[in-house]
Design a protein around this ligand. Structure first.
Ligand code: TUI
Length: 321
């Protein structure tokens, strides 16, 4: 079997491993992003509904901790994205990943500034459209992922997107160890994105309750909220998730809530999980792979172990040793 390891973008960024960090709002801090980049992956700061100032603070924290490139993930549903892109350009951020929308209106100015752009896509049609608009790579993210998700699984979607586009495809969703990385490369991806796995590391700044929830989670301990309201998000089960789902069913006939209500609810509940560890009222966004994660492990050790396992499975040389 031949697999493609990495791609010209990863080479340009000087990465040791073909592994990028998913953009996790509140959880994907400057410190965690710096740790991932410093260890040879590509770290991403998650920005969700943040204003420009918050993004600048985390970008500067990351810069203090590493000289290696790192990225910023922009959540396109947010109304604050103009400020976020301004900060990205002012601070000289090298890579932008996007979620929950179409980044093409910003592509020209990002490319003019030398920024690499990789949108998350939840389907073949969006991957094709993004390639046509000129993005540099796509992140094919399956619904095993935590947070906002589409309908397709990683296993079914990645090879279909690989066949449909010529730009690099990064597989995401349900990947947490070397077996997952090897599987993604076997499906034709040239790299992977992992989110949940990085939450259970000493460098992750999420509340200890969040880490404990991941470490204790079983395979079936995540649920999808927002199925009816339209903003589907996978979270670890708790009181808040159960109530949210119950409320959705009761509100099936009502019009969707306005933007301000959604921003307040989504941003607030996720922050309460990440920063306060609010077991009942927080939205603990995490993927289905939580059930595979049993111990906290430093980022550098984790990446080295994952890549060692993946290269052994694929029977390819581990040139990082
Ligand atoms: O975006 C994500 N995951 C996310 S975003 C998010 S936002 C949030 N922030 C703070 C608190 C609460 C919520 C949480 N998790 N993943 C990438 C992703 N993108 N998944 C699905 C999509 C997507 C969906 C539709 C990408 C493009 C798209 O295009 C639709 C269109 O035509 O615009």
């Amino acid at each position: 079997m031949t697999v493609t390891v990495g791609n010209p973008i990863f080479d340009k960024l000087g990465m040791k491993y073909p592994i990028v960090e998913g953009g996790m709002t509140w959880a994907g801090t400057g410190a965690l992003a710096a740790a991932v980049s410093e260890a040879g992956g590509l770290g991403f700061i998650g920005t969700g509904y943040w204003h420009g100032d918050d993004v600048r603070r985390e970008v500067r924290r990351a810069k203090e901790l590493t000289d290696k490139p790192f990225g910023v993930n922009v959540m396109l549903m947010s109304r604050h994205i103009r400020e976020v892109f301004d900060v990205i350009l002012e601070e000289g951020v090298k890579v932008v990943a996007t979620g929950a929308g179409d980044p093409s209106p910003f592509l020209e100015e990002l490319h003019a500034a030398g920024v690499t752009v990789m949108p998350v896509v939840p389907s073949v049609s969006l991957a094709r459209m993004m390639e046509r608009k000129g993005v540099d790579a796509v992140i094919a993210e399956g619904m095993e992922s935590g947070g906002h998700i589409g309908q397709m699984t990683t296993m079914a979607m990645v090879p279909q997107i690989v066949d449909a586009v010529s730009i690099p495809v990064i597989a995401a969703g349900g990947i947490g160890d070397g077996r997952g990385v090897a599987a993604a490369l076997a499906l034709g991806a040239s790299g992977v994105q992992m989110g949940t796995r990085f939450l259970a590391t000493p460098e992750s700044e999420v509340h200890p309750n969040f880490k404990q929830k991941i470490l204790k989670a079983k395979d079936i301990d995540t649920v999808i909220t927002g199925n009816i309201a339209g903003s589907r998000a996978r979270v670890l089960k708790n009181k808040m998730a159960k109530e949210y789902i119950k409320q959705e069913i009761n509100e099936i006939q009502k019009p969707a809530p306005d933007y301000e209500t959604v921003e307040k609810l989504e941003s607030g509940t996720l922050r309460r999980a990440v920063q306060e560890g609010d077991k009942d009222g927080g939205a603990f966004m995490a993927g289905q792979i939580s059930g595979l994660i049993h111990e906290e492990q430093p980022v550098a050790e984790l990446l080295a172990e994952i890549w060692d396992q993946a290269t052994k499975i694929l029977n390819i040389e581990n040139t990082t040793k």
